[in-house]
Write a protein that binds this ligand. Structure first.
Ligand SMILES: Nc1nc2c(ncn2[C@@H]2O[C@H](COP(=O)(O)OP(=O)(O)OP(=O)(O)O)[C@@H](O)[C@H]2O)c(=O)[nH]1
Ligand SMILES: [Mg+2]
Length: 477
């Protein structure tokens, strides 16, 4: 039986201690004195005690035997120590097996927040026979008891870590089992294929010959479905980690103004003086559900000012490590030699090709314009073109159009890696069939695909993998 404080460390009105396992009810009987039992106790002690029922100290020995909780009920009472001293006024919630998160008996004690009450009640639960839960252990039990498949369990962690609504929606879609079901279906198809091939290896004479074109067709279709599943991997990563977008350019071209306009804040100081921004200024925004960190930087120019020199160095460092670099030009000044120098530094190789009308209007030489993925005209003052800029950032990031409500589950890195292995194995099977290698060779790789798919849904998963997944959870989840 395990126990942990499951609410966050931040200050709050209520903290929750969760106890799960075979002894959860026995522990609750020692730790918790229901108010109804106290009242009976107080009534027996006489009218004076009845006036202050909450202060009545029930005898732990008598109430423990008397009180038997029903499932899915909330009880009001006090948490008490071994001597019957009140630790806190609490609510106790019971969820008996199998109708609980872990599919075991679960008891939750809701104490006052602030940490001290919860810590005392948890300590009391441990004295009464519980063990402190490991990170992710409640969810691990839910998985081991068949309440969740592995991809659902991982979605729980993703949901807790979600930084945006879109990321949370995607985790919720995963929690409802979308990915697990899809992968289980693909794995079953692989197993079916494997059985057919294995049967030919064992009893070749008795069976009709393999329908090779049919097999090739089925494997090709599987490969395609696997690819489609993998496509969501990139999306999932974007939602989780977000993007860093650096704004660079000559001094006084409006970088800080653009950061303020995009983030709807006055984070960065804006003046008409060139060289206003010296240090990196960060602002977080959410574009299309993706958390984006905007980095405003010092204007790039040769400077004798030491502070500005350091600022310029930091600008270049920010541009190097950012996922996307927005080079800002002054539309009035047009393309200047200073811009050409910066463009040469930040676009080493040819990127997308877009010698657009915006680029021509700005006087960007076509050869340079084509080195940028997109050229967009904006005004920080009138907010013109800001949406186009956001859209350009999204499509450059490879984000699919995020239709509200149309968000599907996303694949995380571990799952993506296993899916890639499965996909490669299927490709090898196709190669072996094309090269007319013996059927043994086909089955080796098909078996590898089955194992890789099983790692995603949790059907073929090693203890090591489980450890590494659940150790990343927080304690209490
Ligand atoms: N008309 C107009 N003026 C702008 C726009 N963006 C910025 N400005 C003006 O341009 C001047 C410089 O703006 P900043 O945002 O400080 O420019 P910066 O690139 O951050 O400058 P440094 O930090 O010195 O490198 C300010 O006077 C702004 O009001 C714009 O879109 N339209
Ligand atoms: Mg600035």
């Amino acid at each position: 039986t395990i126990a942990a404080i499951v609410t966050g460390a931040a200050q709050g009105a209520v903290s929750i201690i969760r106890v799960s396992g075979a002894d959860a009810v026995a522990i609750a009987q020692q730790v918790f004195a229901p108010y109804s039992a106290q009242r009976r106790h107080a009534a027996a002690a006489g009218p004076a005690a009845r006036q202050a029922p909450a202060a009545g100290h029930p005898d732990p020995a008598t109430h423990a035997a008397a009180w038997q909780p029903e499932s899915h009920r909330v009880y009001y009472g006090t948490a008490i120590d071994a001597g019957g001293t009140v630790l806190d006024e609490v609510l106790l919630l019971t969820m008996l097996a199998p109708r609980s998160y872990t599919a075991e008996d679960v008891v939750e004690v809701h104490t006052h927040g602030g940490g001290v009450s919860a810590a005392r009640v948890l300590q009391r639960c441990l004295e009464a026979g519980a063990r402190l839960a490991q990170p992710g252990e409640f969810t691990l039990r839910a998985f081991l008891n068949g309440r969740l498949d592995l991809s659902q369990a991982e979605s729980v962690a993703q949901l807790i870590d979600a930084r945006t609504v879109a990321a949370a929606d995607s985790a919720l879609a995963g929690l409802s089992g979308g990915l697990g079901r899809e992968v289980q279906r693909m794995r079953r198809e692989c197993v079916d294929l494997l059985v057919e091939m294995d049967a030919r290896l064992d009893f070749d004479e008795d069976l009709p010959p393999l329908d090779v074109p049919g097999l090739i067709d089925r494997i090709r279709r599987l490969s395609q479905q696997l690819e489609a599943t993998l496509q969501t991997a990139r999306h999932g990563q974007l939602l989780r980690t977000g993007l860093q977008v650096a704004l660079v350019g000559r001094p006084n071209v409006g970088k800080s103004s653009l950061l303020n306009a995009l983030s709807g804040t006055e984070r960065a100081i804006v003046t008409h003086i060139a060289g206003t921004t010296r240090d990196i200024v960060e602002a977080g925004v959410v574009i299309g559900g993706i958390p984006i960190t905007l980095l405003d930087t010092a204007g790039l120019r040769e400077s004798v000012d030491l502070v500005e020199q350091i600022g310029v160095e930091r600008s270049m460092a920010a541009a190097r490590q950012a996922d996307i670099v927005l080079m800002v030009l002054d539309a009035q000044a047009g393309w200047t030699p200073g811009d050409a120098e910066i463009a040469a530094q930040i676009t080493p190789a040819a990127a997308g090709a877009d010698a657009s009308s915006a680029a021509r209007q700005l006087g960007v030489p076509p050869a340079v314009g084509s080195r940028f993925a997109a050229v967009v005209s904006t005004s920080a003052a009138t907010r013109e073109g800001l949406q186009d800029l956001q859209q350009a950032v999204l499509s450059l990031a490879g984000a699919p159009q995020l239709a509200p409500g149309g968000i599907s589950w996303a694949v995380n890195e571990r799952q993506g890696e296993a899916l890639i292995r499965a996909s490669e194995a299927l490709q090898r099977v196709q190669g072996s069939i094309a090269d007319e290698l013996p059927v043994d060779f086909w089955t080796i790789d098909l078996r590898a695909a089955v194992l890789a798919l099983g790692e995603v849904s949790g059907e073929d998963v090693t203890e090591e993998v489980l450890d590494s997944i659940f150790s990343r959870f927080c304690i209490g989840k």
